[in-house]
Design a binder for this molecule. Sequence first.
Ligand SMILES: [Zn+2]
Length: 99
Amino acid sequence: MPTYEYECERCNHRFERFQRISEPPLRRCPKCRSMVRRLIGPGGGIIFKGSGFYQTDYRTASYREAAKKEKEATASSSGTEKAAKGDKPSASTKDAGTN
Ligand SMILES: [Zn+2]
C-alpha cells in the first residue's frame, strides 16, 4: 500500500496517509479542514523529496539547530545585523542546493 503525502494549502500542515491506490485522495486538512494537495503522483507511492520547492521543509534537525544558533548569536550582537544578513542568504541557498 503506497504512502501518500499531503500538504495543506492553508496552514501548511503536512501528513502522510497509507491508502489503497483505489481510494480517493484526501481533500481536507485534518487540522483546519482546508484543501490539501497530494505531493506525489497518482499511483506512484513515492514520496516527493526531490528538487526545489518543498526542499526547505525537509531540512535536517542539525541544520535547524545550526540556523537557530546562528540566529541567537546574531541577535545577541547588536549592530552587526546587516553584515550578518549579507552573508547568510548565499550560505543557506548553497546548503539547500546541495541537498
Ligand atoms: Zn490545514
